[in-house]
Design a protein around this ligand. Structure first.
Ligand code: BV8
Ligand code: ZN
Length: 244
């Protein structure tokens, strides 16, 4: 295990964890850009933007219903569970930020999660301002809003849409960078912005930046430590020094 966090004071440590699709790969959820990635079989512009939805709401709902069904039956793996144990141990000194929409961190029991790109198990109205609501239904055709009869949409942040919670994550870095703060990314190619910008921001605050990834990510130079390997193996090992 190249390096470990054991030098840090476990209980004084603060950790911002940023997860991407790779943390859920071993739970059977396809990633986006890896082998068999979702974007290999679907063009982003056809299924993950408001324009795509306007053009073909049925195609978009087929894409998200299929992912909802898969994620509904998926279970957290050891990487998700290690983050739950970490939160049990250091509580508010940990902030979990995810790009994932699969809900597996919630299933693992983590709370106060920043879901930058929304949540597959919520829907909202594409037309009126009706707030998001819990929805794990799989639809054969695009559902209608009971308030305005417009189309419902998954409560997911599509390309070209503003993400949520990003500034909260930046604030956690600026509030804590002087107090033994670590930034750990897990299973992300660092391709999508502004989520990927968080690594750069942590580095600019001289925070040690770690990544666990099974391949070298495109933004590897922004990390002080790169641990190559599977999230479910490497993350529990990396965290064991803090949690035990
Ligand atoms: C915005 C919801 C503006 C959809 C997602 C040109 C240059 C730079 C940026 C842009 C550009 N053109 C446009 C942009 C902006 C754009 C963007 O970043 N595009 C990229 C593709 C170039 N961003 C946006 O549009 C964002 N919004 O900018 O709005 C704005 C501002 C103000 C006001 C209004 C508007 C919105 C981005 C959000 C898009 N939505 N998700 C859905 O999920 O269906 S993004 C999508 O990518 C997922 O959320 C996913 O999580 C995310 C990032 O991907 P990763 O999680 O990193 O997954 P990936 O497959 O890429 O990588 C997985 C990694 O894991 C791999 O490296 C693999 O090796 C590794 N791995 C696999 N298995 C394992 C593993 N590692 C360890 N263990 C394993 N077992
Ligand atoms: Zn409506």
């Amino acid at each position: 295990m190249p390096g470990s966090l054991v030098s840090a004071k476990p209980l004084g440590m603060k950790i911002l964890v940023m997860t991407g699709a790779g943390v859920s790969a071993e739970s059977g959820i396809p990633t986006f850009r890896g082998t068999n990635g979702l974007w290999r079989t679907h063009r982003v512009e056809d299924v993950a933007s408001p324009e795509a939805f306007r053009k073909d709401p049925r195609l978009v709902w087929d894409f998200y219903s299929e992912r909802r069904a898969k994620a509904r039956d998926a279970h957290p793996n050891k990487a998700h569970l290690a983050l739950k144990v970490l939160q049990n141990t250091i509580g508010k000194n940990m902030l979990l930020v995810t790009q994932n929409v699969d809900g597996l961190h919630v299933k693992a029991g983590n709370t106060d999660i920043i879901e930058l790109h929304g949540n597959l198990f919520e829907s909202r109205c594409f037309n009126c301002g009706r707030p998001p609501f819990k929805d794990s239904k799989v639809y054969n055709e695009p559902p209608r809003c009971t308030m305005c009869y417009g189309y419902l949409r998954p409560n997911i942040v599509w390309f070209g849409e503003q993400i949520s919670g990003f500034m909260e994550a930046v604030k956690f870095i600026s509030d804590n960078y002087k107090d033994d703060l670590y930034y750990i990314a897990v299973g992300t190619s660092g391709t999508v912005y502004p989520a990927a910008a968080l690594t750069r921001i942590a580095k600019d605050f001289q925070v040690p930046t770690w990544i666990i990834n099974d391949e070298t990510p495109g933004n590897v130079s922004e990390f002080t430590h790169f641990i190559q390997g599977k999230a479910s193996e490497m993350l529990p090992k990396l965290l064991k020094d803090i949690v035990l």
